[in-house]
Design a protein around this ligand. Sequence first.
Ligand code: AMP
Length: 299
Amino acid sequence: MSLIIVGSLALDTIEAPTGSVAEVPGGSSSYCSIAASYFTHPNIVGVVGNDFPDSVVTLFKDHQINLEGMTVEEGKTFRWGGRYADNFDDRTTLFTELNVFETFNPILPAVYKNAAYVLLANIHPVLQHHVLDQLEVESFVVLDTMNLWIDTALDDLLTLIKRVNMLVINDEEARMLTQERNYKKAASKLHAMGPEWVVIKKGQHGALLFHDDQIFSVPGLVLDEVKDPTGAGDTFVGALIGYLDQSKDHSFDNMKLAVVFGSVLASFCVQDFSVDGITYLEESDLEARYDEFVIISQF
Ligand code: AMP
């Protein structure tokens, strides 16, 4: 067992300037695991209701995602709705219906407990602690979080951050956690909280990787069209850890590539609604997009 991903499985309703969709596949785990599947066979832990569409289960299986840790409970799947402003940067949450997710208690199947890589995708920090408590080996742990937990579960989040190897966070969340606007100072404060690797995502403007005194900057690709930015962050971190699991190399140079492949998958994600932009991609699609990142960064 090498990579486990613990996060939300949802049906999303999205309103964007480019159109609207209802009850489409979403949740942090869906994006993370599909993105990771281009590099490895991820194993997910999550919960859905008995209304979760068979077509999504098929989609996961097509991407060779192991569903042994996904439980199906009597009731409705977690639902989330969001609306984007014209600039796509501002998003309003329209509703959050926890449903079966409200009592989610992530239990790792025995074979998951020796995973080399663990992605704690967006769920409550107490549940993320619970996942780490069940591990029987020293895994490489990547943590993704969101502003909601900084606002409502800060103490649990801070003790959790101490336990992870890599923190992946967006610029606004980094500011909230450190009170720093300067990326370098923010990263240094985040390192001091525990993780030796820090990634600050800057949305359409790319991402920064920090380790010791080394910094790497990956640009945002200038795309022809953005349709739906939902899940771009999850896709980024899913591809990043998937690439690490495939390469098993924690050198700074390889981490740079992991961040680039995170950006490659995220750039596909935003080009379509829900997970549509990241399903059934060919290796040649990834290679062509990778080359675009090389071209835009070279001088
Ligand atoms: P992002 O665009 O990276 O913020 O991720 C959006 C995804 O997060 C959507 O597919 C939602 O279903 C999911 N989501 C929204 N709120 C929560 C929450 N409180 N806990 C877990 N997942 C959530």
